[in-house]
Design a protein around this ligand. Structure first.
Ligand code: FES
Ligand code: FE2
Length: 379
């Protein structure tokens, strides 16, 4: 079937955008887990397509190693944790927290045998991981989550998402979907057409939307006391890094002069960590700067927000299913509209980053981040 002129133009423009087929970006800090997910059991988790095992040492420090035993690929997550070491469940090779093998039961020498370990940094409720070139791991580059430093009241959660992280980032930069996908939760009909402006730079993509005047949905109206009032809802979607997106919203009664408006704000960190090309670990850290004493507000807002974010999961998974069943890739196109301006720029950035990493790795003499197969043997 021939495409129309507009469809062909969209198809050509789409070649510069990241999508579910774009390689991962490794040289970034990603959230590997919420802190409470890592304990004294061996936990398997796939991140950026790599199978890892996570656990905590006896002193509480988290550890991430390749899940594949260097001997014959038995999953270390199905092995035993003894003290701070893992004893492989197949032939008993023992690895310490750095990934070095410290015992081979069938021989005396284990020098040189190792598997890859990954730097972790625990900050507040999350544990960050560096999956990229080991010599480029710099904890100072971990993106900030301001709600954790400002003494705000926070709650966090995790949802598995069977869709690409690219589309989750796009979902967060395109909040016109609130009027439709979230019509039954925190969307309002006026949201999609509200005025917005953007700030787009080399690596940061921000869309600010002004829904004024509006009536707030219960998730914001109840805790702010703005039920039944003409209110302002000003929302900023901020792509901070491939691993972090922060949505910041401010609410106030428009009848009040500026000097009398209570400072009522929320910030939600949406944290997409790619699992595979078509699945994502979706972490959420939500914070508010008001009603600090009221736990019932924390529970109410958390439950309402997670119900709304579940609608994103359902929508994104439906898109993924449709795309994975699409038979004619040559007929694929995505037509962008005005409100996509920030997300199109963001997807171009992700594609550029992925291609730059890929060309670095394929350059002559480049160091590959894949661990070499260890051949230290004593036979
Ligand atoms: S596969 Fe792990 S010790 Fe053999
Ligand atoms: Fe949404």
């Amino acid at each position: 079937m021939a495409l129309t002129k507009v469809q062909r133009a969209a198809q050509a423009a789409g070649k510069t955008l990241a999508n579910r087929q774009t390689p991962f970006i490794f040289n970034e800090w990603y959230v590997a887990a919420l802190g409470h997910e890592i304990g004294r059991e061996l936990k398997a988790r796939t991140i950026l397509g790599r199978q890892l095992v996570l656990y905590r040492q006896e002193n509480g420090e988290p550890v991430a190693l390749d899940n594949r035993c260097g001997h014959r690929s038995f999953p270390l997550s199905r092995s035993s944790l003894e003290g701070d070491t893992i004893v492989c469940g197949y032939h008993g090779l023992r690895y310490d927290a750095s990934g070095s093998c410290v015992e081979v039961p069938s021989q005396c020498n284990c020098a040189g045998i190792s598997i890859r370990s990954y730097p972790l940094v625990e900050q507040g409720p999350v544990v960050w991981i560096w999956m990229g070139e080991p010599d480029q791991a710099d904890p100072k580059q971990i993106p900030a989550m301001p709600m954790l430093d400002q003494g705000w009241i926070t709650s966090c959660d995790y949802m598995p998402l069977k869709a690409s992280y690219v589309y989750l980032h796009e979902n967060l930069l395109d909040l016109t979907h609130l009027s439709f996908l979230h019509a039954n939760t925190f969307g309002t009909p006026d949201y999609a057409a509200a005025e917005f402006d953007t700030e787009i730079s080399e690596d940061r993509f921000i869309l600010k939307r002004y829904v004024v005047p509006t009536r707030l949905p219960p998730v914001w109206a109840k805790p702010t006391g703005l039920e039944g009032r003409d209110a302002a809802r000003i929302t900023t979607s901020d792509f901070v890094s491939p691993a972090l997106h922060i949505v910041h919203a401010q609410f106030y009664d428009i009848a009040l002069p500026e000097s009398e408006r209570p400072d009522t704000r929320i910030k939600t960190a949406h944290i997409p960590t790619p699992e595979t090309a078509t699945s994502t670990h979706y972490f959420v850290v939500h914070g508010r700067n008001f009603a600090p004493e009221d736990d019932s507000i924390t529970d109410f807002m958390h439950q309402q927000l997670m119900a709304a974010f579940h609608e994103d999961i359902v929508g994104l998974e439906a898109m993924e299913e449709l795309l994975s069943n699409m038979s004619r890739e040559d007929e694929f196109f995505e037509i962008s509209v005005k409100s996509d301006i920030a997300s199109v720029a963001m997807r171009r950035y992700l594609k550029r980053r992925a291609e730059a990493e890929r060309s670095q790795h394929s350059a002559p003499g480049a160091v590959q981040s894949q661990p070499a197969i260890n051949t230290a043997v004593e036979v």
